[in-house]
Design a binder for this molecule. Structure first.
Ligand code: ADP
Ligand code: ZN
Length: 210
């Protein structure tokens, strides 16, 4: 087990979540997805969830004042002492600066995919509410049903076409500048996210020297 603080950067639909799950299993570190945390808070209708929902539904970002505190609290938990993988954070320069002052990442993996590809990946994305697995309709014989557990698949509210456009705009305006930020810090590793899943995984492990 290696002690590593990792950040996964990339546009919505790049495959961060899928790859993060695999890398965390391989390394035995916690997978911290801010999107997943927000969605859980929304389901449970907590005050944080209620506040986050309006921003998420509009395809924008939850304000740094809310997000930073939530992430720093999570990173203070004991399982993060042996390393962690952040998926979906930081998404702004301010968030990156807050993270640097708390725990500088050892490596930042940028998973790049062009916008044309992202649109079809996101509009076709379905999630199983029971087992949590994510699928693309093109790979499903029955587009309504989870091939693993049989539950009815759902589409994330923010995967509707109008919201996807806003999320991509938000990504380019606010998150993409982090590529230059981490390049300057010397911790950036770029991976081609348009390759198939296994090859993306292999490239990530190779970049990490594992
Ligand atoms: P994706 O990477 O597919 O866009 P996520 O599941 O990572 O989706 O995030 C869903 C939404 O949650 C984002 O569009 C954004 O509104 C909000 N969100 C997630 N992480 C952050 C963050 N670090 N800062 C602000 N908002 C965030
Ligand atoms: Zn399922």
């Amino acid at each position: 087990m290696k002690e590593l603080r990792l950040v996964f950067l990339g546009p919505p639909g790049a495959g961060k979540g899928t790859q993060a799950t695999r890398v965390c299993e391989a390394l035995g570190i916690p997978h911290i997805s801010t999107g997943d945390i927000f969605r859980r808070e929304i389901r449970e209708k907590t005050p944080l969830g209620v506040e986050a929902k309006s921003y998420i539904d509009a395809g924008g970002l939850v304000p740094d004042s809310v997000t930073n505190g939530m992430v720093m609290k999570r990173l203070s938990e004991s399982d993060c002492k042996s390393g962690f993988l952040l998926d979906g954070y930081p998404r702004t320069i301010e968030q990156a600066e807050v993270l640097d002052s708390f725990a500088k990442p050892d490596a930042v993996i940028d998973i790049s995919v062009r916008d044309e590809k992202l649109m079809s990946r996101l509009t076709g994305r379905r999630e199983c509410p029971e087992c949590g697995k994510v699928f693309h309709i093109s790979a499903l014989a029955d587009q309504e049903k989870c091939p693993i557990c049989g539950a009815a698949l759902v589409q994330r509210d923010d995967d509707k076409p109008a919201t996807i456009r806003s999320r991509l705009d938000t990504y380019h305006a606010q998150t993409e500048p982090l590529i230059a930020y981490y390049k300057a810090a010397g911790t950036l590793h770029e991976v081609d996210g348009e390759a198939d899943r296994d090859n993306v995984f292999k490239s990530i492990m190779a970049e990490l020297g594992i």
